[in-house]
Design a protein. Structure first.
Length: 324
């Protein structure tokens, strides 16, 4: 028996190769889709777990992604997603009058983003549900109520904000009981803490009054207005211009400068209580003042010797003046 198969033609080989490539691409696409789906489920589970463990109403809520076209992840917009639980549960207060507020836009966007089924909210309103109608099985069944026109997304959300928040709470994994217990524990802890001692009130005087109190004499009680006093004249330090009548006077008689006079003057200034500088300053600059006084005394003595002349100078001048 001849088992030899004839060789494939070029077209048959290309067709078989294309079929295998298509099968391989489908397998790879399926694996990628499975990996992306698994990755998405892991992210959703992590976000759901984080949100279910939230207890502090001021902590951020983790957004849960959804699968978009092309097997890609899609997260809600940050601008239209509640930051924390307080902002999330505040969406319950949305009404028809708040249709153009940011809170209403946020709730409508989240219901549409997570594809929440809202068509049954009007039919399954718990306020219209009669629980006593099904207590006895012998009673005939009531006819099903005729459903009216279906509500749109915006009308359903604004009419039943509680149901919209409840559906989003289930999707995001938020547990309101955790926040209630957290607030109760915080209130109990606040009540158990000892009361803070009242701060002692301090009186801060006006800066003008404080300056006045400093200027008042010692022993004056605080708050007493200072007595008005005349301004005392003080000596002006500096070189003043000479008056005309003083300039016309005759020159003062030459006064012999001796060493005892500046020394006595320095001692008088040192012991003078009305001096502007303190004694500590005088002690620090005593050596410098002494050197200055010695130099002045030596200069005055040399000037006196030059003006009065000496025996040696007189003898020398007479020698040149007399004929030889």
């Amino acid at each position: 028996m001849d088992t030899h198969r004839p060789p494939l033609t070029r077209d048959e080989f290309l067709n078989a190769q294309h079929k295998q490539d298509a099968l391989l691409k489908d397998e790879i696409r399926s694996v990628r889709r499975s990996v992306a789906s698994l990755r998405l489920e892991v992210k959703r589970l992590n976000a759901y777990t984080k949100n279910s463990n939230l207890k502090n109403p001021m902590l951020p809520i983790t957004p849960i992604p959804k699968r978009a076209e092309g097997d890609r992840e899609m997260f809600p917009e940050d601008r239209l997603f509640p930051k924390h639980a307080r902002q999330f549960y505040a969406m319950r207060k949305v009404s028809s009058a708040d249709a153009h507020t940011h809170r209403a836009a946020m709730l409508i966007y989240l219901v549409d983003f997570y594809n929440v089924e809202y068509s049954a909210w009007e039919q399954d309103d718990p306020r219209d549900y009669d629980y006593e109608a099904y207590e006895s099985s012998s009673e005939p069944e009531l006819p099903a109520p005729q459903s009216g026109p279906k509500l749109g997304l915006e009308d359903a959300v604004l009419s039943y904000p509680d149901r919209a928040v409840e559906a989003l709470e289930t999707i995001l994994g938020i547990n309101e009981e955790n926040f209630i217990r957290f607030r109760e524990r915080a209130a109990a802890l606040r009540r158990s803490l000892p009361a803070r001692p009242a701060k002692r009130q301090q009186r801060f005087s006006d800066p003008v009054d404080m300056e006045a109190e400093r200027a008042s004499p010692p022993g004056t009680p605080r708050g007493t207005p200072p007595r008005t006093s005349k301004r005392l004249a003080r000596t002006i330090v500096g070189r003043a211009t000479e008056r005309p009548e003083v300039a016309d006077r005759a020159p003062a008689k030459h006064h012999d400068f001796t060493w005892d006079e500046p020394t006595e003057r320095m001692e008088e200034e040192y012991h003078d209580g009305a001096s502007e500088q303190t004694r500590i300053t005088w002690d620090a600059s005593a050596k410098a003042r002494k050197r200055e006084l010695v130099a002045r005394f030596a200069m005055a003595s040399r000037d006196d010797a030059v003006s009065e002349g000496s025996a040696t100078n007189a003898e020398t001048l007479s020698r040149f003046a007399s004929p030889s």
